[in-house]
Design a protein around this ligand. Structure first.
Ligand code: FAD
Length: 394
């Protein structure tokens, strides 16, 4: 239920401007809420007088009213992020098991062309909201638009990538709509019709299974954990265009300038094919050069254990593991890393793992395809020479 307190309303019209669904009008300098209102909360949050209040009734959930699995799509550098396709792969499994529809939510400026790929990777239906002001991700507008869509269409499950955007957006929506949210899931399955959400807990030492008592059931999922469809289909998805009204005055932040990152961090490690990672065994920041030389030979990027990031030898963007980034490259080479569980959860699904460690009992050898027992300051230069010689011989 939404109410406007006539005593408090000053007739400032801010609610009219911020409503993404054009549901608020003015009559005699008083805000009037129309039938288009889906209780997204934009007017309540932006009213300077606190004149608008929404009360969402706490009622016993009728689970049968909530249908379909939604994946909130993310675009970066003019393409869909891999994690979106991975979520569609998992979403397809969940939707099939539930006998429900797999939908993608696509928001942005001129983004309709991405619907084709979303269909090819499993989406049956796409909720599409386009507006020139949605060119760049914006917490306020994306929150209100997706909150509104959720209230209008009642999805059963909503999945987000555990990316910078997903980690910002999903909790906002959960808070706005008073929903549960499980962050950083590493497993999703259906248990008696409900979404069983699995994630590491207690420092990664146990895996916790979590059920939500609110609907939709919402989760963020780390990149490189789920598998996208191996071969894209030729499915053409149904498109539901959701008309949205975006006013810059409803956005508290604005993108002033975009800068391309160069050097370390330019290639995101969760998208890299080859990662050369270093740990405390490097001994000094100077020895990072050894890793960089190897990375240059193999066309790879640098990764790190948390120790290296804590020492500020590499930025946090390169940290692999539970409190860093989950990676799944074709080749992971780890040098001077012991293999603590918090590191292993972030790299063990790499295709080929090669490790260099002077301690033959280091736990990282247990996940390695090739293990070299030795001092990295000797092994890496020898490896670089061998690669150079191999290249020269070709
Ligand atoms: C809540 C929580 C979250 C965490 N999140 C993360 C995370 O996201 N990522 C992460 O990495 N860690 C994380 N950690 C820290 C983790 O527990 C370990 O402390 C850390 O991974 C150890 O880093 P390391 O392997 O570089 O160092 P160490 O464990 O000290 O291992 C160094 C290794 O280098 C070897 N070595 C030494 N010298 C040489 C040499 N010259 N040549 C070859 N090998 C050599 C040693 O034999 C040893 O095995 C987390 C911890 C907690 C509690």
């Amino acid at each position: 239920m939404i109410e406007v307190d006539a005593e408090k309303c000053s007739g400032c019209k801010k609610c009219v401007k911020v409503c993404p669904y054009g549901a608020v009008t003015m009559a005699d300098k008083l805000a009037v809420i129309g039938d288009e209102c889906n209780l997204c909360g934009a007017c309540e949050q932006n009213c300077p007088e606190g004149a608008i209040t929404i009360q969402r009734k706490k009622v016993e959930i009728d689970e049968s009213k909530f249908k379909d699995v939604w994946v909130v799509a993310e675009i970066a550098e003019n393409k869909l992020k891999n994690v979106t396709l991975e979520l569609l792969g998992k979403g397809r499994e969940l939707a099939d098991e539930l006998g429900q529809t797999l939908c993608a939510v696509l928001i942005g400026k001129d983004v309709k062309s991405y619907t084709k790929v979303l269909g090819e990777y499993g989406a049956d239906k796409i909720y599409l909201a386009e507006n020139d002001l949605l060119e760049f991700y914006n917490t306020d507008s994306y929150n209100m638009i997706i909150s509104g869509m959720i209230l209008q269409f009642n999805p059963n499950i909503v999945l987000f990538g555990a990316t910078h955007v997903g980690r910002d957006l999903a909790p906002r929506i959960a808070s706005n709509l008073e929903l549960g949210l499980t962050a950083d899931c590493t497993g999703l399955s259906i248990d008696e019709g409900r979404l069983l959400q699995t994630r590491p807990a207690f420092g990664g030492n146990v895996m916790a299974d979590i059920l939500s008592h609110t609907r939709p059931q919402m989760a963020t999922v780390r990149p490189n954990v789920m598998k996208k469809l191996e071969s894209p289909t030729d499915k053409v998805p149904e498109i539901v265009e959701v008309s949205v009204n975006v006013d810059p005055r409803g956005m508290r932040t604005k993108v002033l300038e975009r800068t391309e990152i160069s050097g370390v961090g330019a290639v995101k490690i969760d998208e890299a094919d080859v990662i050369i990672a270093g740990g405390r065994g490097l001994g000094s920041k100077e020895n990072l050069k050894l890793l960089q030389d190897l990375a240059d030979e193999l066309g790879g990027v640098l990764g790190a254990s948390r120790v290296i990031v804590d020492e500020q030898w590499l930025p946090k963007s390169q940290q692999i593991g539970q409190s860093g980034i989950t990676v799944s490259p074709k080749l992971y080479i780890g040098a001077g890393i012991s293999g603590a569980i918090q590191h292993l959860v972030g790299m063990k699904s790499s295709d080929t793992i090669i490790v260099i460690n002077k301690d033959p009992n280091a736990p990282i050898f247990e996940v390695a395809k090739i293990g070299v027992v030795g001092d990295l300051t000797q092994v890496i230069p020898a490896l670089i020479e061998a690669i150079k010689a191999h290249k020269a011989a070709q």
